[in-house]
Design a protein around this ligand. Sequence first.
Ligand code: KG4
Ligand code: ZN
Length: 346
Amino acid sequence: MSLTVLGIETSCDETSAAVVTGEPEGAARLRSCVILSQDVHQVYQGVVPELASRAHLVAVGPVTDRALADAGALLRDVDLVAVTAGPGLVGALLVGVSYAKGLALAAGKPLVGAHHLEGHLFGTALEDPAAAPPFVGLVISGGHTLLLDVAAWGRYRLLGETRDDAVGEAFDKVGALLGLGFPGGPAIERRAAEGDPGRWRFPRPMVNRAQKPGDADWLDLSMSGLKTAVVHAVRGVKDLPAEVPHLARGFQDAVIDVLVTKVLRAVEATGRSRVVLGGGVACNTALRAALAAALEPRGASLHAPSPRLATDNAAMIARVGLFRAAETGRAVDAAADLPFPGLERA
Ligand code: KG4
Ligand code: ZN
């Protein structure tokens, strides 16, 4: 049975709403997706939670109306409302959850809560139907880094995770250090393209010859040592502006090396032939190219979302809502540390 889902996402600094129509276990069509990015945080070089909540409050209604209009749909055409319940900034989540509850109640529609990171796993499949289980999933966002074995939608096994900073967080911290503003990821990628790859060689944390499969750090990641190495390098340079492209390149190459190594190990360990990326860092074209090139000789394919579905968006939330359409009736509450549904820790 085909369902139309209205998705709402307010977990961090993007206010987004989207409409998806499809089958819970089958194909889904993205009918509209509106994403409003908050720029107020650029002043502070990072997301200020209270300002994020206030900006969501102003935007969530008009963004939802626009998404419905873009889809050519009225609220009465919607079968289900899905909203990000967590993880994220609790005040920001509360705005979306409260709005979605009010909307669902007033319109007599069922409501489901969606997990933001499960959303990042589903985003790619909206554009690329081959991005379906079984696959190795790599979620690389501003707040999380997860390496997962996805046997089926809803069945996730944690292979590895970061022990300190998320990959996007490392990009943002290094971006701030290099004076590139917030968020750092896109600016680092741009500057790195002009950098000399041989000039700086930074450490590859948790990648060394002494490791073997089964070791605790075989598939886990760490970013803090790399960030510290960049801090020391920055302190030592005389002309920072001239060095920025080279430092950006050295940092990005180290991150890419670590991610390629971990993904290849995960593919080896699971025998999967597809790798699906999600999260804002999946926008990085150098990373995508390196992963695709490393997987190809192993007979595995890379599936990466387009930039608008890689960074935070409600389309992926609507898609999760479609998959979890049977879960209406459960309480939906905002939770900063919402547990990942169906996640098994190895
Ligand atoms: O998934 P996302 O939009 O938000 C979270 O759920 O956190 O990810 C945002 C992160 C930021 O850390 C940003 O710097 C990073 O994605 N990012 C990038 C690129 N574009 C965004 N990192 C590296 N290269 C990029 N091109
Ligand atoms: Zn995200």
